[in-house]
Unconditional design. Structure first.
Length: 257
């Protein structure tokens, strides 16, 4: 009896392990259909819509040393929250940050005084991808320039709930230019179990997933703000999206840190 029970358990364990491996491989195969892009260079909002600075007054963008583009958002008149992979070994004087416009190359230019990256960023890889930019002067608030409210500590979005991503990410695979107008897209939170199977050890407790697994449709990639609208007049930011470009496919769920 014990022997037969042991064989049964081993068999069930093998089936579960095989099914998990098969699910992960299917997801990896889906990703490999798209051309791999260099991390930190491929940014997209796929299937989105035009947006305005009045709708997302916290949205900012910046260029570092005239070489690469990143997004961020206002949390205080002197502080911008962004991704740590955008700020590694960056001299504040090389940052050109713009606020208060629906257009990528318009708006007020705000000088940056200090760059503060999370010292625990990338441990494990892509985890804790967060940084703060301190402005040299206070940001002047108006209808197109406002701070965003941050969530309470420990907040985690529920599977099936909707979030909105905004930014100037590329709107299609292989695009060589960024859109001039601000874009936004609505995505749905994916169950954590499915994310864990797909991303395995790269998916941490500090992350969640959003999008459609293997179904096609809307998607988003790095440097775009993610927030959940809790009331008609208030947006609450939940996490900063920062993931390798090869995982940001049309319809593929993207992990968000």
């Amino acid at each position: 009896m014990w022997a037969s029970s042991f064989v049964y358990l081993v068999f069930c364990g093998f089936i579960l392990a095989y099914q998990k491996e098969k699910t992960q491989q299917n997801f990896i195969d889906k990703l490999s259909e798209e051309e791999n892009e260099s991390y930190g260079q491929e940014v997209r909002i796929v299937g989105g819509r035009l947006a305005t600075c009045e709708e997302f007054p916290h949205q900012v963008n910046f260029v570092v040393n005239n070489t690469y583009f990143c997004g961020g958002f206002i949390v205080h008149e002197r502080f911008i929250l962004t991704a740590a992979h955008c700020t590694q070994n960056v001299d504040p004087s090389t940052i050109v940050l713009r606020t208060g416009s629906s257009y990528r190359t318009n708006g007020s230019i705000v000088p940056i005084e200090e760059v503060i990256s999370n010292p625990e960023y990338n441990e494990p890889p892509f985890d804790k991808d967060i940084a703060v930019l301190k402005t040299a002067t206070p940001i002047e608030f108006n209808s197109c320039t406002q701070p965003i409210e941050l969530p309470i500590r420990g907040f985690s979005p529920l599977a099936g709930s909707e979030l909105t991503v905004s930014g100037w990410g590329r709107t299609r695979q292989g695009a060589t230019t960024l859109p001039e107008r601000l874009m936004a897209v609505n995505l749905t939170i994916v169950d954590r179990m499915l994310c864990t199977v797909a991303y395995m050890t790269t998916f941490t407790d500090n992350m969640f997933c959003a999008g459609n697994f293997l179904l096609g449709g809307k998607s988003a990639c790095q440097y775009n703000i993610i927030f959940i609208e809790t009331r008609v007049t208030q947006a609450v930011l939940v996490r900063w999206m920062a993931w390798p470009g090869e995982l940001c496919l049309t319809g593929a769920a993207a992990a968000n840190d």
